[in-house]
Design a protein around this ligand. Structure first.
Ligand code: FUL
Length: 448
């Protein structure tokens, strides 16, 4: 066995994100809004035979949604245009199971329109979730369902302005006729690229954004955006040929290690696909009166581990029956925003110098000097991921009384952003990149 490890690692660092993926990473924190007949039946997965007459948000206010979303610092919204029950929040020409047949605004309403316009007025991005699993459609389980799905997708892609994200999962249960569907994802992806080339597509298997593997807000210790094509087979491989012969068909989104060398060395092609941490502000995705929002501590932790762990945070806020957000959720979102603003509003000016004192291309040191001694709570590291994800491990060090560099924080990946929560009283520290796949290139190092 003769493997040129250095060349292989360099190759992995050459796997690059698209502009739409870079824009998505910069969005960082955005909202999910789950709204459907489930809101009225108290279910999480509707049966598909609900009467559209039950859907009646008498007090809908999408501007209020946007205001609450912005108060938490979120920069976008993804609306469930259609969930598994098949009910469409817009008046689709391809089904009668939609708002047109509900009492909402006497059947003249269009929630996708109201939400997308409110997002634009409020200066945040808009996207949608169109569930492939449709328990209402008569076509489900037959090849015609793919035409039907593409027709609905086309309506959403062409009638509601710029879309930043199209979200679909792989849920594939039985439809109204007891059959399961073979989804033609490739053709859905082509359609999205045709009408909304800047939209990021989320699916368990890529192409642009992949699932983190849980719905509880847990993050990996090391979250790589460069992963095997065998895991994200809708993304384009950017390398070819595995250094080691092997099989990665066992990989799934719930694995604990995605981009570690022990995996990627068997991959026949690597792709760039960052992961999204999605969870609801409450136990359910839909609103249930008896549920309470998660604590501020839990939401803060999830933010730090997601946005601060090389993923994005997709937080669901479900409207109530009347179409308004629950006041308890509005309050929690505002406290979250306040806590984040408090944490990251006072950036400490710092002088940063990079050196290769260890005489290695893949190890280096960033020396950080502050104007005066002060308490540091957060050190936020960002790689220039347009140049690939490179850092594998690092240690933050401060001087002890004898002037010796001692570690106070150890980490793995940096990627788009790594938030290091620290508690340090100092006027200097250093970031020692202890291992990288190619020369570490930081886009930013911010001290708070
Ligand atoms: C899952 C769905 O089954 C849940 O109901 C929810 O919409 C979640 C975001 O995605 O696949």
């Amino acid at each position: 066995m003769n493997i040129d490890v250095k060349a292989f690692l360099k190759q992995t660092a050459s796997v690059r994100p698209s502009q739409r993926q870079l824009d998505w990473f910069d969005t960082e924190f955005y909202a999910f809004v789950h709204f459907s007949p489930n809101t009225y039946t108290d279910l999480e997965w509707g049966e598909g035979n609900e009467d559209p007459a039950i859907f009646n948000p008498t007090d809908l206010d999408c501007d209020e949604w946007v205001k609450a979303i912005k108060s938490a610092g979120m920069k976008g919204m993804v609306l469930t245009a259609k969930h598994h029950d098949g009910f469409c929040l817009w008046p689709s020409s391809h089904t009668e199971h939609c708002v047109r047949n509900s009492p909402f605004l006497d059947g003249k309403g269009d929630i996708v329109k109201s939400a997308s316009e409110a997002c634009r007025r409020g200066g945040i991005k808009f996207g949608f979730y169109l569930s492939p699993w449709d328990r209402n459609s008569e076509f489900y389980g037959t090849p015609s369902y793919n035409d039907f799905y593409r027709a609905q997708l086309t309506e959403l892609l062409t009638q509601y302005g710029d879309i930043f994200m199209v979200w679909f999962d792989n849920a594939c249960g039985e439809g109204s006729n007891g059959k399961k569907q073979v989804y033609d994802f490739e053709s859905y992806i082509r359609l999205i690229r045709q009408y909304q080339p800047d939209a990021c597509i989320f699916n368990d298997f890529g192409p642009d954004v992949r699932w983190c593997g849980n719905e509880s807000g847990s993050a990996r210790v090391a979250e790589w955006a460069v992963v095997p094509h065998e895991l994200c087979h809708y993304a384009e491989p950017q390398t070819s040929g595995a250094p080691l012969k092997g099989d990665l068909s066992h990989m799934y989104a719930t694995d604990s290690d995605m981009g570690a060398l022990s995996n990627i060395i068997y991959s026949k092609g690597l792709v760039f696909a960052g992961s999204e941490i999605n969870m609801s502000i409450r136990p359910g995705w839909f609103h249930h009166v008896n549920e309470e929002p998660h604590s501020l501590e839990r939401l803060m932790d999830t933010y730090m581990n997601s946005v601060g762990g090389n993923t994005c945070f997709h937080l669901n806020i479900p409207p109530m029956k009347n179409g308004r957000f629950d006041p308890r959720d509005i309050k929690r979102l505002k406290s979250l925003g306040d806590a984040l603003r408090e944490a990251f509003s006072k950036r400490i000016p710092a002088r940063i110098a990079k050196s290769f004192e260890i005489e290695s291309e893949t190890q280096c040191v960033y020396h950080v000097k502050l104007a005066k001694h002060q308490i540091v709570r957060y050190i936020v590291l960002s790689e220039d991921i347009a140049q690939g994800q490179r850092v594998e491990s690092f240690v933050l060090q401060a001087r002890d009384e004898d002037g010796k560099w001692m570690p106070f924080y150890r980490g793995n990946c940096i990627g788009h952003k790594k938030i290091c929560r620290v508690n340090l009283d100092t006027d200097e520290f250093r970031l020692f990149v202890t291992s990288a796949r190619d020369e570490a290139l930081l886009r930013d190092l911010a001290v708070y």
